[in-house]
Design a binder for this molecule. Sequence first.
Ligand code: DAH
Length: 344
Amino acid sequence: MENIKNDVLKEIENINDTKTLYDLRVKYLGKKGIISELLANLGKLSIEEKKKQGPIINSLKQEVTKIFDEKNKEIELNILNEKLKNEKIDISLPSTKIANGAPNILEKLIEEVEELLMSMGYDVVDGPEIEEDKFNFEMLNIPKGHPARDAQDTFYIEGEEILLRSQTSPVQVRTMLANKGEKPIRMICPGKTYRRDDDDATHSHQFNQIEGLLVDKDISLSDLKGTIDVIVKKLFGQDISTRFRPSYYQFTEPSVEVDISCFNCKGKGCNICKNTGWITVAGAGIVHPNVLKMGGYDPSIWSGFAFGFGAERLAMLKYGINDLRVFYNTDLRELNTFDRKDVE
Ligand code: DAH
């Protein structure tokens, strides 16, 4: 008995993994193990012998079990300590640098215009990007077959009636109809528009416009000019001035092209303003009586102005970007090339 115990102690001494320990445990204590065999053989002995041997073998079994249990604990503790040592975190190491995110500058610009106009009592409204011909053209005074349609090479979806809106102006009509010719309107609608353009640095088949519409009583071109002036000064600086050039849109009369004085050269002439000292940023005008009428507003009572900015164009000017595709790019290396501090 003493030998068995010594054998166990000797064999167990250099074990330092649980698998080998388990195998050794089976050798002694398993069903067919050395000690189990001894116990099984008790049956063959006389009662006297059994009484003598039984307690001895049992106490051997207990002792050996204890030896194994303790060794097991010791190994597990060693493994744990080893693991703790290896996985130790050095809290004094500098952390991994995580790049700061920043809002997309196009979104940022749109938000800036929204906030400004909301402070002037405008509602920000939405309209569908899949639009009816009726709203995108007809009710804006552009009937079928009108040559002005050619200028907006439109994506038609179903026949001639359903299309991807080529401008945000249909939202003017929708807003007028929703207000039933009864209430004054102040709304802006920033949103995506689509045209069959080949994509290059200054064209995209998808771009954003910021539409504005005001309908009230006794509205004149000077109200429009004042409003545009406030927007432009907010975006480009207080020293920027605005000028209107006569233009033609079917849904406004008179129509104007909005130019701002060049923020870069202050009018001296540079490559941004193509040496003219002025940059065109929007189309605008006094809402055409036909459009008011089709929108349910009596033009003998109501008048209004409307404007449409190209959002990408504004952002390109404001942030000095010369390739429109940058806005739709997710490459941070490129997005970080313009000064994003300004937009955080
Ligand atoms: N919808 C015009 C375009 O896409 C821009 C525009 C011009 C909008 C004059 C207006 C406006 O609201 O009054 O070219």
